[in-house]
Write a protein that binds this ligand. Structure first.
Ligand code: BES
Ligand code: MN
Ligand code: ZN
Length: 474
């Protein structure tokens, strides 16, 4: 554990971070007069008028040993919220390593419940495949007498976030559908939910032919992963979660160019997100009933590949003309949706999917697209994101978009127009939710950071599942 709350000042440390929302804060008496005077003078010299967060660092003599003291001004307290507190703590603490004592100097900064979560976020590393392992890490002793109610929740979700990042970071040759199923099984044991795995024979018996067509050409065979958590036996109400689990997306015969293909191990980001949601719901023992389904497979090419022009049967019964084999996510999701609605009998469904490149065009890299047949549910989910450093935006679902999905020879086609591509994909999914309350999250932009975001380093972000957790908890 890299985070510990301590009630007493311990002078044995070499590094201290003083967190404040007040530039006139008094330096505590734990330090010698020399340390206090030096730091006070340094703070006086600084310009805080920008009201942004600021960091002042010094090495100084404390008695007979050199200590490192950082004064972290979190920013104007009137402007702090759950999002920028995280960002400021992250940028402020990032780069500090070793054992550190953190001392809040005022009320507002003594309430930074997010700090345990952030320490996990800062300490994340994926060095499994590096010959030289990364060594730096941050271990924090937090000096406080207060009970910080959200501290444990943040810590646990921070840890789970790192598990989600690991799953996405693994190359497709390791994180195959089978390995994804095994990982879910292990997490089910660790966190307390049951896991059932269906192989392709069972999926075929259920009629999941749309999903199985996508899976057909790959060497790594498909598995449907079903996870169940019953936290409230007194209630009949069941939440359903569905995650897109493409362990790799070549595009199929509508092959992607190399530049578009290189990141496609992350196409199981929706699955990782929903597995993360299951872990947090079970860990925090929410009094809710939640079932999660991932129809995992790889979209590959080969003599047995499904083709543009094929017509596939779905578990729902509708037929779909495949006009582009790269619009494969929706073909897997519709069977997962039918399965979770008909077999698991859930009352509402949320799906998370790296579904369209078009969502990056529409909303950029930092915002998840929200699509729903229920505006109240969409608003509730977006409100739940206020707890975290996550951004969501609702997209239109006008029925006019349905015309793009018409096919001359099947009930519908899978691609639609390039214009409004993310909405077309959502409208396609909507055809399979059987009127159930449903929210679709297009996370193609937010699953992976490409550098430049102040809170998410280059790599998987491990976000979105926290908002889903808060939505279900509320
Ligand atoms: N997995 C991709 C979407 C994607 C793109 C995820 C970029 C992450 C980053 C999805 O399967 C896909 O290929 N979508 C196509 C749909 C099109 C063929 C209608 C796309 O976005 O181009
Ligand atoms: Mn694709
Ligand atoms: Zn895909």
């Amino acid at each position: 554990m890299n985070f510990k709350c301590v009630k007493k000042f311990d002078g044995k440390f070499e590094k201290y971070v003083l967190i404040s929302t007040n530039i006139d804060a008094t330096i505590p008496n734990h330090f010698t007069e020399v340390v206090k005077a030096t730091l006070t003078q340094l703070i006086k010299k600084e310009d805080f008028s920008s009201e942004k967060c600021k960091k002042i660092e010094m090495n100084t003599l404390d008695g007979d040993k050199v200590i490192n003291v950082t004064f972290l001004y979190l920013g104007n307290p009137a402007k702090l919220n759950a999002k920028n507190i995280r960002e400021n703590l992250y940028t402020g603490l990032k780069g500090i390593t070793g054992e550190v004592m953190i001392i809040p100097l005022d009320e507002k900064s003594d309430n930074v419940d997010a700090i345990a979560e952030i320490i996990e976020h800062i300490n994340y590393k994926f060095d499994k495949y590096l010959s030289e392992k990364k060594k730096e890490f941050l271990k924090v002793h937090y000096l406080t007498n207060k009970k910080l109610p959200k501290l444990i929740e943040g810590y646990e979700l921070g840890k789970i976030s790192n598990i989600v990042k690991d799953m996405i970071n693994e190359p497709a040759e390791f994180m195959t559908p089978h390995m994804l199923a095994k990982t879910a099984e292990k997490l089910g044991k660790d966190y307390g939910f049951e896991v059932e795995i269906l192989d392709e024979k069972m999926a075929a018996k259920l009629g999941m032919h749309s999903y199985l067509s996508v899976a057909r050409a790959a060497h790594h065979r498909p598995y449907v992963i079903v996870m169940r958590y019953f936290g409230n036996p007194e209630s009949e109400y069941k939440y359903g979660l569905v995650g897109k689990g493409l362990t790799y997306d070549t595009g199929g015969l509508s092959l992607k160019p190399t530049t578009g293909m290189v990141g496609m191990k992350e196409d199981m980001g929706g699955a990782a997100t929903m597995i993360g949601a299951m872990c947090s719901i079970a860990k925090m023992q929410l009094k809710k009933n939640v079932t999660c389904v991932v129809a995992a497979c790889e979209n590959s090419i080969g003599p047995n590949a499904y083709r543009p022009g094929d017509i596939v049967n779905t578990m729902n019964g509708k037929t779909v003309e495949v006009t582009n084999t790269d619009a494969e996510g929706r073909l897997t999701l519709i069977d997962a949706l039918t399965y979770i609605i008909r077999k698991e009998k859930v009352d509402e469904v949320i799906d998370a999917a790296t579904l369209t490149g078009a969502i990056l065009v529409a909303l950029g890299e930092d915002v998840t697209g929200v699509f729903s047949n229920d505006n109240e549910a969409a608003k509730k989910l977006i409100a739940a994101s206020d707890n975290w450093n996550e951004y969501f935006w609702q997209m239109p679902m006008f029925d006019g978009f349905k015309r793009y999905l018409k096919s001359d020879i099947a009930d519908m086609q899978n691609t639609g127009s390039r214009f409004g591509g993310s909405v077309n994909a959502a409208k396609f999914l909507e055809e399979f939710v059987e009127g159930k309350k449903w929210i679709h999250l297009d996370i193609a932009g937010t699953v992976f950071a490409n550098g430049g975001n102040p809170y998410y380093e280059k790599g998987p972000t491990g976000q979105v599942f926290k908002t889903i957790y808060s939505y279900i908890k509320a």
